[in-house]
Design a protein around this ligand. Structure first.
Ligand SMILES: NC(=O)c1ccc[n+]([C@@H]2O[C@H](COP(=O)([O-])OP(=O)(O)OC[C@H]3O[C@@H](n4cnc5c(N)ncnc54)[C@H](OP(=O)(O)O)[C@@H]3O)[C@@H](O)[C@H]2O)c1
Length: 237
């Protein structure tokens, strides 16, 4: 398949490498390909410059977000920073029309100025906005009514999303939510090809609220286990 990955961050790179390894034609989207390729320093998360990643993964094409979306034959993965995703995706709405958009972004606001901050080993925990009475997944679906948005992958690090068997032999649970059952099946099929066997359909896109709010629990578990520890969650039933 021709699959677009919108984003050049650490999570997006996990999908790009995995999809290429599975034999898909991968089209990567960034704001400005020239500027992205000109970067020589790691980003704030310590992720190395994208050109280093491309050198290790020949055959992957870097485009603007819109060009990458247009090159996909049906499936697009959204890895644009959550705070900026609605604006960036709205700008290319026409190129996403009719396609499935698997969205794993978290609507984090970093360095929040709030009364009761949550100190963590890595600084003040980001806050979620929207939260509770709305979600980024719903905002994206409202902004792109002709696109089939599926919230997925968001409850884990993308390194283990693309390699579920690396923890617990793969005995953990992945979630999908969205309005279109065919699109959810498309994303579930992708997850199966990644190695997932337990994919739980949470229903409509409103369930993105719970999936995104789990980010705080994911963070708390990560702080407890220590940096670099990989883990998943299992819905026992
Ligand atoms: N990393 C993970 O394992 C993981 C797990 C669960 C959820 N998430 C969430 O998924 C999202 C993506 O994570 P990530 O680690 O792949 O990448 P990231 O570093 O959070 O985001 C990088 C991407 O966001 C784009 N971006 C940043 N500011 C922008 C702006 N003002 N306008 C348009 N685009 C902008 C960048 O564009 P350029 O390419 O032009 O620089 C880049 O492609 C985040 O919301 C993150 O919290 C990540």
């Amino acid at each position: 398949m021709k699959i677009a990955v919108l984003g050049t961050g650490g999570g997006a790179r996990c999908h790009i490498a995995k999809l290429a390894g599975l034999g898909h034609e991968v089209h990567v989207g960034t704001r400005d390909p020239e500027a992205t390729l000109a970067r020589t320093e790691p980003d704030m998360m310590g992720t190395p410059p994208f050109k280093d990643f491309l050198a290790e993964h020949p055959g992957i094409t870097l485009h603007t977000f819109g060009e990458a979306a247009a090159a996909s034959d049906g499936l697009v993965i959204n890895g644009i920073d959550g705070h900026n995703a609605v604006a960036a995706l709205s700008a290319i709405a026409g190129r996403l029309a009719g396609k499935t958009l698997a969205d794993y972004a978290v609507p984090y606001i970093y360095n929040p100025d709030i009364e009761r901050p949550w100190p963590t080993p890595w600084g003040v925990n980001p806050i979620l906005d929207p939260c509770d009475s709305d979600s980024l997944g719903e905002q994206i679906q409202r902004a792109l009514p002709a696109t089939k948005v599926v919230k997925a992958f968001v409850t884990q690090e993308q390194a283990t999303v693309v390699d579920p068997k690396s923890i617990g032999g793969g005995d953990h649970t992945m979630f999908v939510a969205g309005e279109d059952s065919g699109a959810k099946q498309q994303v579930t099929d992708l997850l199966t090809s990644y190695g997932w066997s337990d994919v739980l359909d949470l229903g409509g896109i409103v369930a993105a609220r719970g999936m995104e709010m789990y980010a705080h629990m994911h963070g708390a578990i990560g702080f407890a286990l220590g940096f670099g520890t990989h883990f998943g969650i299992k819905v026992v039933r």
